[in-house]
Ligand binder design. Sequence first.
Ligand SMILES: C[S@@+](CC[C@H](N)C(=O)[O-])C[C@H]1O[C@@H](n2cnc3c(N)ncnc32)[C@H](O)[C@@H]1O
Length: 245
Amino acid sequence: MQTDPKTIKKQFEKSMADYDKNAVIQDFTADKMLSELLRFNNNFDAVLELGVGTGLLTKKVANTLNFEKYFGNDLIEKSENYLKKYLPSADFICGNALKIKIPYKMNLVISNAMFQWFDNLEKGLNTISEYISKDGILAFSTFTPDNYKEIRDITGLTLNYMSKNEIEDVLNRLGFKILYCEEFRKNIKFSNPLEILAHMKKTGVNSLSEKVWDIKKIKGFCDKYSQKYPELSLTYSPIIVIAGK
Ligand SMILES: C[S@@+](CC[C@H](N)C(=O)[O-])C[C@H]1O[C@@H](n2cnc3c(N)ncnc32)[C@H](O)[C@@H]1O
């Protein structure tokens, strides 16, 4: 399905207060991405983080990496407060990550759990590649087609995910050298289907649908979920990539 930055912005803005407590998979990918990145480089002149959100990754970066200058970006204006909370001297660039103006090329572009919102990841990576200096690094996590497969099965709603092979092909075509690329499968268990909907809402993922569901639709979803997936688990399929330019 097509994603609309205005809807994404609205839904994430609503989820900000609950996000950090509920974003357990995003927390895992942020930690793992940083520990893998450290194997290649820990010192950067200029770093750009795309999709800062509530600063879940920013906080960890502040405790891990060395850099001279940090730029943080998000669609949501309020993200600036989170960025400055962890990195007071950072600069905030508000707007669509694929349309922003950056002052100069970056040695590291980093992003956690955000690129899945691009309608076309290939085009997105093409644009982002232009933000990175020669010998710079791109580190990101996103999700592959099995992500939320239960939701896709029941509602038909899904994002335009790319597979691990497709992501690797795109990066190779753009001239990147893949330093690390690993896909994971994680399941979160819930005690009832309403909790699954609440989990999605609290992590901003109800941006999948612009329309508010009425009681009948929610009941239909819950009944189908219990029937088809009685173990009440939700699949996440994150992928982490570190690539050199
Ligand atoms: C799942 S949150 C991830 C936040 C944070 N990176 C983390 O590690 O938890 C996705 C964030 O990306 C932002 N976002 C989504 N699409 C964007 C775009 N095209 N440009 C800039 N920010 C975007 C959303 O507003 C949201 O804050």
